[in-house]
Design a protein around this ligand. Structure first.
Ligand SMILES: *[C@@H]1O[C@H](CO)[C@@H](O)[C@H](O)[C@H]1NC(C)=O
Ligand SMILES: *[C@@H]1O[C@H](CO)[C@@H](O)[C@H](O)[C@H]1NC(C)=O
Ligand SMILES: *[C@@H]1O[C@H](CO)[C@@H](O)[C@H](O)[C@H]1NC(C)=O
Ligand SMILES: *[C@@H]1O[C@H](CO)[C@@H](O)[C@H](O)[C@H]1NC(C)=O
Ligand SMILES: *[C@@H]1O[C@H](CO)[C@@H](O)[C@H](O)[C@H]1NC(C)=O
Length: 464
């Protein structure tokens, strides 16, 4: 048995890679395109201005990086999360839509999805945009957590060199303005000024003039975005057909919300004042029988909440690949707190939306100034609560008081708006059924907006 246990995972990951090699190898062949266009009935009309060419890159820019998944001593082995083309293993054997997804694999998830995009072309001259299937965040690990920390300004130069030596006409046609890629870590990790010596944190990928003209998607952009645009972090929910998707929506709608607010996360333990600490304090002192912060009249008249605040302790990364730990509590909560941590954004924002739990933001950088493509900035008051963190940390404002002051009818409307966002922030499973493909998911929206961004850029260049 011990022997069998050792063989299975190895076989699994090799099989996964082998399959990836197959699909990626054939991505530029006419055969795949014919198969794809048959399974995605797209007329040439649909594809007008939407043609994408996938740049052929040597495996050192993508697949070889996956085979090195256990090579970073300071970074967890991510081999287990490569399964299912980067969605990870299913949470349990009978799960239809839930996976142990690691956000680092968004590059692989995107790559897999773009291979089934209906308007791929083999002719770079006919393309409206050129996709670079480069796993930049995975490649950055050797600078961030590995031996190349002192040459982090070199991250990307090898790619640039390749783009200029192999069929240079593809880049030169629009000087890179029509090229795009996705980086699966916050832009901060790629914004090290070139003259920082030794580097403080991050590589300089987004600081290299060589790549200024690219359109880059990231899960978190800088406050003044340059070439990057933020797209949702992947959650663990990846349905493969409309029935599974609808079943989840029904569950979200019917779920009894027995906690007023929930915080799933870690931090806030030290003595320095910060928003996580304030949340922890407020939560620990907020039992229903203690009205120091609770508004009894609301609790009594509504008679619904059995808990005012529910803390799901996610310290030490225990929640990262275990969505059951936080999705069940989120389904049972009305509001989900999204305090900034090391960086302003959180994957948890998208987990909360997926659970129909109304997000509570403490700074604009957490979502409003980030995900404009997917969550329109003018809709925030309809689907989230904003409480400036300074008010809570330094002026004693109680989060519970704010949330309890929101009338129930308002809460119901907000939850409905949040539920409508679920398809827009999910990444459905690759190869999903046609009925589900008719809903635009996070990937589809990202591609539409990228094509529009590139079209606008090229248009501006013509004007000048
Ligand atoms: C993978 O790891 C090996 C051994 O550390 C290294 O020689 C190789 O360059 C790595 N490959 C990539 C693509 O990073
Ligand atoms: C990087 O540079 C710093 C300072 O010069 C040095 O202390 C450190 O050992 C270097 N790290 C590596 C991995 O070479
Ligand atoms: C980026 O575009 C500008 C023109 O908009 C061009 O002058 C420059 O050479 C381009 N950079 C690269 C690396 O191609
Ligand atoms: C709880 O609330 C009641 C009514 O508002 C008040 O009279 C009482 O002093 C409060 N108790 C505490 C411990 O604050
Ligand atoms: C408690 O709820 C009542 C009824 O909605 C409201 O009038 C009152 O201002 C609330 N008290 C606090 C402290 O928020």
């Amino acid at each position: 048995m011990a022997y069998k246990n050792r063989i299975v995972p190895i076989f699994f990951s090799v099989a996964t890679l082998f399959f990836l090699l197959l699909i990626i190898d054939s991505s530029s062949s006419q055969q795949t395109l014919t198969v794809e266009s048959r399974s995605n009935p797209a007329t040439s009309e649909d594809c007008n201005n939407r043609w994408i060419y996938i740049r052929n890159l040597p495996y050192r820019f993508n697949l070889d990086l996956l085979t090195n998944c256990s090579e970073y001593p300071l970074f967890d082995d991510f081999c287990p999360y490569l399964a299912n083309h980067g969605l990870g293993q299913k949470t349990h054997g009978r799960s239809h839509s839930w996976y142990r997804t690691d956000p680092l694999l968004l590059e692989l998830i995107f790559h897999t999805r773009i291979l089934e995009y209906p308007c791929l072309t083999n002719d770079p001259d006919a393309a409206n945009a050129v996709f670079l299937p480069y796993y930049a965040a995975i490649d950055s690990l050797r600078y961030l957590y590995g031996p190349d920390v002192n040459s982090s300004f070199q991250h990307g130069l090898d790619l640039f060199e390749f783009l200029h030596s192999d069929e240079p006409g593809i880049w030169e046609r629009h000087m890179g303005h029509d090229h795009f890629l996705i980086l699966a870590r916050p832009a901060w990790d790629f914004s090290q000024p070139l003259d920082n010596d030794p580097p403080i944190w991050g590589t300089s990928f987004l600081e290299l003039p060589e790549f200024y003209n690219l359109t880059a998607m990231v899960p978190e952009g800088r406050p003044w975005p340059l070439q990057e645009h933020a797209v949702p972090y992947p959650t663990s929910f990846h349905p493969q057909n409309l029935a599974y998707f609808e079943a989840w929506i029904q569950r979200v709608k019917r779920s009894r919300r027995t906690s007023l607010m929930l915080f799933a996360g870690g931090g806030g333990i030290g003595s320095t004042p910060n928003i996580r600490r304030s949340i922890r304090n407020e939560c620990e002192h907020s039992t229903i029988n203690n009205n120091v912060t609770a508004n009894f009249s609301i609790i009594r008249t509504n008679g619904v909440y059995s808990k005012l605040c529910h803390m799901v302790d996610c310290s030490n990364g225990v929640c990262e690949h275990d969505p059951i730990r936080y999705m069940k509590p989120m389904l049972q909560a009305t509001f989900c707190l999204q305090p900034p941590g090391d960086t302003p954004t959180r994957r948890s924002t998208f987990d909360a939306i997926t659970a129909g739990c109304i997000p509570v933001f403490f700074e604009e950088l957490t979502a409003k100034t980030q995900y404009r493509w997917h969550l329109p900035a003018d809709k925030y008051s309809e689907l989230s609560v904003f409480i400036p963190k300074e008010e809570v940390v330094f002026k004693g404002l109680k989060i519970l008081d704010v949330l309890m002051g929101i009338p129930r009818s308002e809460v119901r409307k907000m939850r409905q708006s949040v539920i409508e966002l679920i398809p827009k922030v999910m990444y459905r499973r690759h190869g999903s059924s046609l009925d589900l493909r008719s809903k635009k998911d996070a990937f589809d929206i990202a591609i539409d907006k990228t094509l529009q961004t590139i079209k606008d850029k090229l248009g501006n260049m013509l004007d000048h």
